[in-house]
Design a protein around this ligand. Structure first.
Ligand SMILES: Cc1cc2nc3c(=O)[nH]c(=O)nc-3n(C[C@H](O)[C@H](O)[C@H](O)COP(=O)(O)OP(=O)(O)OC[C@H]3O[C@@H](n4cnc5c(N)ncnc54)[C@H](O)[C@@H]3O)c2cc1C
Length: 455
């Protein structure tokens, strides 16, 4: 057992001897049973540097966590100090320059609100309480993605503590290879303490969700697919089967009902948004139509992602073209008669700026796929975990024929190395960066990069 009494930081070190250890080691994803050597609640770059140096002196590893949304994708944490950044919540917006400096623990909605106060927007995804850092290091598929690309490519600079215990700021001029790796290559290259981001001039947008009975099925998804093929890059959308449980936390009209939902955001004014969405309203009689012109921060909630910790198991697959046969297979495994145990099974449209190589971009410059499929089920206990995992496997296998190469880092919820997700040339370059900056593999991220990808 390591003696942590010699590790002094302004924040707090929690160890298994503490009465609140189970609380301290908990992640947002309650299905993750994290068992690190200690948890460091850091408050500054100095704290993070002290933890990394202590780890090096004691032959330990270090991994960072903002919220724990991605906790299930981590490998077991034996011999590892878990750095939690939740106390680092500062956001500074420079409205003139349209930029923000965001400390490592800031949540997506917090940044969106700070930027929104100046008529600007970040590139938020569907969850208001993912941490901006993990979301951005792994790519960042946002409601503005088809217009502005992955959030990681809006990074201007990153403040981090590298494996040698030094606090640095890297950007396109200073350590450009490390800066490149941090933009979509995940958290394996240092403990990030702050991000510097370019914001976008979007004060409001037309967004919301259409909820139909799931019985609109394959026909509804085909109509959606044909619509999505023609929309401009200002529109980013998702179609999914949703089965909220029959519990009091869920609004009564949705409880226990299988639905097909289409969520979208259209950058522009209300009239343009209404015109863009109009064809979708013809799919059927909606149970709910929540579309409207809204301030950009409100877009963080249109997908109705849980804002409290939940035990969710997820799995994903990147897909190419969504043919009629692909849609039939999807409905067969996720639709109203599928018997799936999953809470949701969705198809997010890529394309636009998400699909265009960006020569100035980072490790995830773009994604060579048309769609990304993502499924999630709630795992309350071992038996249900097994049932949900089986449902996820069936979803994944059913869509194999339409799969694209690789995957999407942030949706790869099961532990796997980067080479199962990112292209070989990207992994080779990431390995070079890892060898340069962390040959001892002191820093652990989710989806590690093999030091020698060829082996
Ligand atoms: C409900 C839900 C909705 C989601 N919606 C979207 C979406 O719309 N778009 C999208 O792209 N993704 C989405 N995701 C996926 C999400 O972006 C990933 O799970 C991401 O890893 C979350 O980042 P986090 O920091 O909150 O999670 P964490 O689990 O805290 O971190 C994940 C990983 O990021 C790295 N990391 C985090 N902080 C640091 C740091 N300070 N220094 C170095 N590395 C760090 C680590 O490798 C860590 O293992 C969603 C996930 C959920 C559960």
């Amino acid at each position: 057992m390591t003696d942590f009494s010699g590790l002094a930081i302004a924040g707090r070190i929690a160890t298994p001897d503490d009465a609140d250890w189970d609380q301290a080691r908990m992640a947002w994803n309650l299905a993750a049973d994290q068992r690190p050597e200690a948890v460091a609640f850091v408050e500054s770059a100095e704290d993070a540097a002290a933890v990394v140096r202590f780890a090096a002196e004691n032959d330990l590893r270090v991994t960072a966590q903002g919220s724990g949304h991605g906790a299930l994708s981590l490998r077991p944490l034996e011999g590892t100090i878990l750095v939690k950044t939740e106390r680092m919540r500062g956001v500074e917006v420079d409205p003139e320059a349209q930029t923000a400096r965001v400390e490592a623990g800031v949540l997506s909605l917090e940044l969106a609100e700070a930027a929104g106060a100046h008529g600007l927007a970040s590139l938020p995804g569907s969850s208001p309480d993912v941490c901006v850092t993990g979301y951005t290091l792994g790519g960042g598929l946002s409601w503005f993605g088809r217009r502005y690309g992955f959030a990681c490519n809006r990074l201007r600079a990153v403040e981090l503590v590298t494996a040698d215990g030094e606090a640095r700021t890297v950007d396109a001029e200073n350590e450009p290879d490390l800066f490149w790796a941090l933009r979509g290559g995940g958290g394996s290259y240092g403990i990030v303490t702050a991000l510097h981001l370019n914001l976008v001039p979007v004060a409001e947008a037309y967004g919301g969700a259409l909820l139909f009975p799931a019985e609109v099925g394959a026909e509804g998804i085909r109509a959606y697919r044909d619509w999505a093929a023609d929309v401009s890059d200002d529109v980013t959308s998702v179609v999914r089967f949703l089965r909220p449980p029959d519990i009091p936390d869920v609004p009564e009209f949705m409880r226990g009902k299988a639905m097909l939902t289409i969520d979208a955001v259209c950058i522009g004014d209300q009239a343009a948004g209404e015109a863009a969405i109009a064809p979708l309203r013809e799919i059927g009689e909606p149970i709910l139509d929540s579309f409207g012109q809204m301030p950009a921060p409100a877009l963080c909630k249109i997908h109705m992602d849980p804002e409290q910790p939940v035990p969710g198991l997820g799995h994903h697959r990147a897909l190419g073209e969504l043919s009629d046969e692909a849609i039939d297979a999807f409905v067969g495994v996720a639709g109203p008669d599928s018997g799936t145990p999953l809470l949701l099974t969705e198809l997010r449209q890529l394309g636009g700026a998400l699909g265009r190589p960006d020569p100035e971009g980072g490790a995830l410059s773009h994604l060579d796929a048309e769609w990304v499929m993502y499924g999630v089920g709630m795992a309350m206990g071992p038996e249900m975990s097994e049932t949900v995992a089986g449902g996820l496997d069936r979803m994944h296998e059913a869509m194999e024929s339409w799969g694209a190469d690789g995957g999407y880092f942030n949706f790869a919820d099961r532990p796997c190395d980067s080479d199962a997700i990112l292209p070989p040339d990207v992994c080779s370059r990431l390995a070079e960066v890892k060898r340069t900056w962390d040959l001892d593999e002191r820093i652990v991220g989710n989806h590690a990069v093999a030091l020698d990808p060829a082996s």
